[in-house]
Write a protein that binds this ligand. Sequence first.
Ligand SMILES: Cc1cc2nc3c(=O)[nH]c(=O)nc-3n(C[C@H](O)[C@H](O)[C@H](O)COP(=O)(O)O)c2cc1C
Length: 382
Amino acid sequence: MKLKNCHNIDDFRGMAKRRIPSPLFHYIDGGADDESTLARNTKAFDDFDLIPNGLADVANIDLSTNILGQKVNSPLFLAPTGMSRLFHHDGERAASRAAEKFGQYYSLSTLSSVSIEEIGGLTESPKMFQIYIHKDRGLTNELIERCKKANFNSLCLTVDTIVAGNRERDLRTGMTMPPKFTPSSLLGFAMRPRWVYNYLTHESFKLANLEGKTEKGSKEAIPLVDYVNSQFDTNLCWDDAKKAIDEWGGPFAIKGIMSVEDAKRSVDIGASAIMISNHGGRQLDSSPAPFDLLSDIVEVVGDKIEIICDGGIRRGTHILKALALGADACSIGRPYLYGLAAGGQAGVEAVLAKFESELIRNMMLMGVNKLSQIDISKIRKR
Ligand SMILES: Cc1cc2nc3c(=O)[nH]c(=O)nc-3n(C[C@H](O)[C@H](O)[C@H](O)COP(=O)(O)O)c2cc1C
């Protein structure tokens, strides 16, 4: 299969599955426990319909908007995802370059395989850095200082990963960070010799932002769950989020907000945005779909804070539905990682192009030519 034959995200997913070893594919693809939240994240969009209007002069479609103070070409941005180098040897470089090409916001994870400094210097387009707070609290301040020097535009603090979710696919496939050839993972790697060749002939995997700070995860291969549970701080509370906001002093998002109460608290501590997110169904299974929470949260804080809907977005129409319910933007994780695994930078670009063309076509079909025209009158619960 070739990239040009991928017509939707499921096609990219299929191509990724054929390209990379099964422990890595399932690491991207999987969710927590029974994966019910993972499935619901996308299904939630089906309960709503978009209302089209005709004869609306849609010769010019403008997808541009502002996210966290930056003008971008589209309301879609690339959510932070760790360890991208495992899926393609260009890793985060490929994804951030693709985002730049499309004028989209890119976010880099604390657990990225390319450093803050390198990504900061690589592209001109807007960049967010995502923070996980480690037990070594000094690390957080260091990361924030590094982001300031590297000209990142915003930060986000992920609050839904206090402990690692129970991802049973990773237990079955023997997924570790970095990958290790174990009896359970060996066959998965042996069946993808091209990936193995590229993995062995390019720079070795590392947690680039944490080099020298934590041996685990870069040199010593351990399951991600052991990394999270041994390194992340379970004492994290709202005061810590407030301190991080003050320390940064610029646009700041809280990622992993899943209740009206926490959305209000985010406003109270001075966050600029919330990302309504259940980590793509990878953490608390049985948590609601972000899309299902949107209306409640928008009603209470919609005019006080930017709202980003994250999780389950696989179509341009999903983005339009989220905007109609009051989201300011949407973000994607797996879709661009499928593209990355399928074809590096070209694969991510192909995914972003697909979303862009779906947005343009569907806005034309709805009879709107700019995002500000997409409001509650354009959506109906079935
Ligand atoms: C492979 C993978 C790695 C991820 N790594 C991180 C991470 O390091 N930090 C973070 O805040 N979220 C992480 N996420 C969650 C994404 O930022 C995002 O919330 C989620 O993927 C959105 O759901 P979607 O995959 O359905 O688009 C990761 C998701 C995936 C699939």
